[in-house]
Design a protein around this ligand. Structure first.
Ligand SMILES: [Zn+2]
Length: 298
């Protein structure tokens, strides 16, 4: 009834996809392959309906739920978890029954967050921890995997303090995933400094930090940077001036040890790669604020 074997086959296949693509998994030539369960190909999700129970399942509870990249999610994450609405129509609609059965049976489900068109980040394990038919919504919380690496079991967190801690962390991950989903495409999936085009090595860097005023996760407060340039930017070893020029700190410029350093220094004085659309460009005021700190630290 709990479909533990279907759920564990699904998880194993998702781990393979994550190893291949990173956390931001494409639908096309990725998730659309589905997973193998007893010789059958089973889809991971239903991107049109959101709530999904696989035909291969014997039990009644949903396998996965999804939020499309166009839907807001942020105001729906409460300290206890994500508020997820029933689908329209009757409470007895098969999708609503599948969602509510996930609550009754307390089975682990997969949550797919759309990060941009045709890309999803998967959160697992999730549990439906409350069901409110009057409000036509459930609350989805995040559990954890325990046990040895090859036999990890999804468990619900019983301790409310630990549960709230995990919800906070997952919320930050969701936030970063969506931010990355707007910033990277604006830069055509390239590092703004070195133009590296390998999404698994790219981050969305905040110009003004997300805990500060004007630190919102919006495209004009972001830069698409590879891991090295992101770290260097955060450490004030590389700065970007309000006129989009790359500056390398004097400390690095004076050093002359090794080819990697040349790679960092070589961009000094060049312009960053800008997004094609003007409104996606980094905000000059935010850059100025950040550049002052670079100059102070450099
Ligand atoms: Zn780079």
């Amino acid at each position: 009834m709990r479909d533990e074997d279907v759920r564990s086959s699904c998880w194993a296949a998702l781990e393979v996809l994550t190893a291949q693509f990173g956390e931001d998994i494409p639908y096309k030539d990725g998730l659309d392959r589905g997973f193998n369960y007893r010789g059958r190909r089973v889809p991971f999700l239903n991107y049109q309906k959101g709530i999904y129970r696989a035909a291969a399942q014997r039990g009644p509870a949903a396998l996965s739920i999804l939020t499309s990249h166009k839907s807001p999610y942020d105001d729906k994450v409460t300290p206890d978890g994500l508020v997820y609405a029933y689908r329209d129509g009757s409470l007895d609609h098969p999708d609503n029954r599948a969602l509510r059965a996930a609550y009754e049976l307390q089975v682990p489900i997969f949550y797919f967050l759309g990060t941009r068109a045709w890309r999803y980040q998967c959160f697992h394990p999730c549990f439906v921890v409350a069901d409110d038919p009057a409000a036509r919504a459930v609350v989805v919380s995040f559990g954890k995997l325990v046990g040895p690496i090859d036999e990890r079991e999804p468990v619900l967190l019983e301790d409310p303090i630990e549960r709230r801690y995990v919800v906070r962390r997952v919320r930050a991950r969701m936030h970063q995933a969506r931010f990355r989903g707007v910033v990277l495409p604006a830069y055509r999936d390239r590092c703004a400094v070195c133009r590296l085009k390998e999404v698994r090595l790219l981050d969305a860097a905040h110009i003004v930090g997300d805990l500060e005023d004007r630190g919102e996760a919006v495209v004009e407060n972001g830069l698409s940077l590879c891991s090295i340039h992101h770290r260097a930017f955060d450490q004030h070893l590389v700065g970007v001036s309000p006129d989009y020029k790359i500056r390398v700190s004097a400390r690095l410029l004076e050093d002359d040890d090794g080819p990697m350093l040349e790679l960092l220094k070589g961009f000094h004085g060049q312009s960053i790669q800008l997004p094609a659309r003007t409104r996606w460009r980094p905000d000059r005021e935010r850059l100025a604020e950040r550049f002052e700190r670079f100059l102070a630290g450099a």
